[in-house]
Design a protein around this ligand. Structure first.
Ligand code: SAH
Length: 349
């Protein structure tokens, strides 16, 4: 039995972790050891990003989805979801508001909505880029063909978020219906990388069927893919999905995973997610203090916020964009961090 501090130091030095070490860290519960893990990861982040925490303005522009992922509140079979899609004008207004508030990255996220054809997406990207040429555009609109990803990139999209959700085949089957495949999801990520996007992969913590082994496979997959960003947040059940009765992921596990990812990928962009903020009132602060360096406040119009209900009790659904930004800014300042007016590009090649 090694001592946890020694393991943490070793993982940091090697920038890699064995299954054994991973288990030891994940299974440790002592407060001192968890604090050591978090502060070591935070030091690594500070050494690269200093006291900067980057923001991305999240625009949840449609909750129509052709997919049926068992965990997700906007899955097509959820008849209780009140569907909406923002107009181009509404999306442009979100960007304008965001720009005035100092955002230099816009994340367009949505379900896989057939209304938003490649033509419409490209038109939108060009329009945003034309006005806000100093801003990065991130897409998070699911699995598309390589040709579609190429078109968005040519139109000016810079980044793409596509969580792999789990790198384990059996686990993937538990979370998704038969028409979706891990093979395709991974292929999408490789295509995105090859095309030249800054890519974000990631997974939920505590999703039904997840084990230490599947989590370790996630870590191996991330090592292999070398994404620019890794999105990790707790799974939170949504009341009208098949997983409504399942247990949520925990704050502690999520924090440990954030720290581990930071230790083995010092330069990676690591968001303290809204789901983490939903699990605990200080979740996002704790995430930053465990090594995260990105926050993604919501820029969507308040009228649609509650409808983009991926999981229950999502925070900030009643706040205007400015309130969200101010709230996060003061939260970050209270723990010694600042939010620069900056695209916050990845430092990875
Ligand atoms: N359609 C896009 C965007 C999906 S929503 C895509 O396929 O990538 C963004 C992320 O929210 C998902 O990748 C998933 O990891 C997360 N999510 C969905 N349902 C959730 C839940 N119940 N709890 C926590 N996170 C959830």
């Amino acid at each position: 039995m090694g001592n946890i501090r020694e393991i943490v130091d070793k993982v940091k030095r090697r920038q890699d972790i064995t299954l054994e070490e991973f288990r030891m860290i994940m299974e440790t519960a002592s407060k001192e050891e968890m604090d050591y893990l978090a502060s070591t990861a935070r030091e690594v982040t500070d050494s690269i990003y200093g006291k900067n925490v980057y923001v991305r303005g999240l625009i949840e522009f449609t909750n129509f989805c052709r997919n049926d992922c068992y965990y997700c509140g906007i899955r097509r079979s959820n008849k209780e979801a009140e569907r909406y899609r923002l107009t181009e004008e509404q999306i442009m207004e979100c960007c304008q508001m965001g720009y005035e508030l100092g955002f230099r990255t816009f994340v367009l996220q949505g379900g896989e909505d057939p209304y938003f054809t490649d033509d419409r997406i490209c038109k939108l990207i060009k329009k945003i880029k034309k006005i806000y040429e100093d801003c990065a555009i991130t897409l998070s609109i699911g699995e598309k063909s390589r040709a579609s990803y190429e078109r968005y990139f040519e139109a000016g999209a810079d980044r793409y978020l596509l969580r792999h959700e789990t790198a384990n085949e059996c686990h993937y089957r538990k979370l998704h219906p038969a028409e979706l495949s891990l093979e395709n999801r991974k292929r999408c990520l490789w295509n995105l990388k090859e095309i030249g996007y800054q890519v974000g992969a990631g997974f939920m913590v505590g999703s039904p069927g997840q084990t230490m082994e599947t989590l370790y496979e996630d870590i191996r997959f991330i090592k292999e893919l070398q994404p620019h960003m890794v999105g990790i947040g707790p799974f939170i059940p949504q009341h009208s999905t098949p997983f409504k009765g399942e247990k949520a992921g925990t704050l502690e596990e999520t924090l440990k995973l954030l720290s581990i990812i930071r230790l083995i990928h010092p330069k990676v962009l690591l968001p303290a997610t809204t789901a983490l903020g939903t699990m605990h009132p200080m979740g996002r602060e704790k995430g930053i203090l465990a090594g995260a360096n990105v926050v993604m406040p919501n820029l969507s119009p308040v009228s649609v916020r509650k409808k983009y209900e991926l999981y229950d009790n999502k925070i900030c659904t009643g706040d205007e964009a400015a309130e969200c930004k101010n709230c996060l800014q003061s939260r970050m300042e209270k723990i010694g961090y600042t939010i620069p007016v900056d695209r916050g590009d990845s430092q990875l090649p």
